[in-house]
Write a protein that binds this ligand. Structure first.
Ligand code: DAH
Length: 334
């Protein structure tokens, strides 16, 4: 009889509580059921042993029987409670409306990112390969290899950020030299690069960090007229309209000859300069084993502002939420 005293009863109750608490589903609960009150379960076995034990007299057997029944009730109460709890949980999960659109309130793409994505797409459709270069560039790739001599005004500390013996690149034209020198490209090919550039300009119409698209085509048929044709095609695709008008004015860049500045005509009839371009200088091409090519450099901010009707360049970096909501692209889930 002292095999099954009150202490043992308490211990079994604790075991039952712990087991049931750990159940996650009906399967777990059924395992607990057979563990405690099944045919060979702990409680059933104790009852069977007590009833067979010749040392336990009839009166004591009744007491044990009562304790065992209490334990079975204890188990079945906890079992029922747990089942109820599981059913309630399942019901509340069913009340979640899975048809509510997930992306209803998600962020939009910044107009600069959008313009960049569109340009990647257009350039790749036009047969260009993308090349990257470092933002911290050597003076060789940023200046020397592009015929920008030591005494050129662009190379002084008023215009350029110096980083030890390097510079923050002032244009993406450095990538042109890197691609030409790489020897990766043979015969006729088209390369472009989009990236960050830096200049010591910070006023109402300039940002010290902005972005450029550099592109060039090495091709036996490259000429100023194929350059103009290409630029017109590109701008029509970017501005998504057919009636784009451009004009080429003579310009000067140390790495192209002839060089041109290109203006685009606005709806109000005014011309706005949007890019520089020209025939790549012979010394640059020949040094790398090439004959003919044209190149162009476009300011990403400028053409994005024209396309999206943005008048203040600083708005692009001010992180103003209402502005971002207005000018961000619609419906793009990030
Ligand atoms: N690198 C020039 C700039 O930053 C832009 C440019 C002009 C790039 C003419 C070119 C080019 O490739 O041919 O102002």
């Amino acid at each position: 009889m002292n095999q099954f005293d009150d202490q043992k009863c308490k211990k079994i109750q604790l075991d039952i509580t712990e087991h049931i608490n750990q159940c996650n589903d009906i399967k777990d609960l059924n395992l607990a059921k057979s563990h405690f009150v099944g045919k060979d379960g702990i409680i059933t076995t104790i009852l069977r042993q007590c009833m067979k034990d010749p040392d336990i007299n009839g009166e004591d057997k009744k007491i044990v029987g009562k304790k065992i029944n209490d334990l079975k009730d204890f188990f079945s109460n906890l079992y029922k409670e747990k089942i109820n709890e599981m059913q309630n949980l399942a019901q509340s999960a069913e009340q979640v409306d899975f048809t509510i659109p997930v992306y209803s309130n998600i962020g939009k793409m910044h107009p600069l990112s959008l313009a960049k994505e569109q340009i990647h797409k257009i350039m790749q459709e036009m047969g260009f390969c993308h090349e990257k270069g470092p933002s911290i560039e050597s003076e060789y790739y940023n200046f020397e290899a592009l015929n920008i001599e030591k005494n050129h005004p662009a190379r002084n500390e008023k215009d350029t950020f110096f980083v030890e013996e390097n510079v923050l690149r002032t244009h993406t034209t450095s990538v042109q030299i890197r691609a030409l020198e790489s020897g990766k490209y043979k015969d006729n090919f088209r390369i472009y690069s989009i990236g960050d550039v830096y200049r010591r300009d910070d006023d109402s119409t300039h940002l010290p960090m902005f972005h450029q698209i550099e592109g060039f085509i090495v091709d036996d048929n490259a000429s100023v007229s194929t350059l103009k044709g290409f630029l017109l095609d590109f701008l029509k695709k970017f501005f998504e309209k057919d009636d784009v008008e451009i004009q080429l004015r003579p310009g000067y860049f140390p790495f192209t000859e002839p060089s041109v500045e290109v203006d685009v005509k606005f709806d109000n009839g005014k011309w706005l300069e949007i890019l520089g371009a020209g025939m790549i200088r012979k010394n640059i091409l020949q040094k790398n084993g090439y004959k003919k090519g044209f190149a162009f450099g476009i300011g990403l901010e400028r053409i994005a502002m024209i396309k999206f009707g943005i008048s203040e360049i600083h708005d692009l970096v001010d992180n103003n939420l209402p502005w971002l909501k207005k000018y961000g692209s619609k419906g793009i889930a990030l």
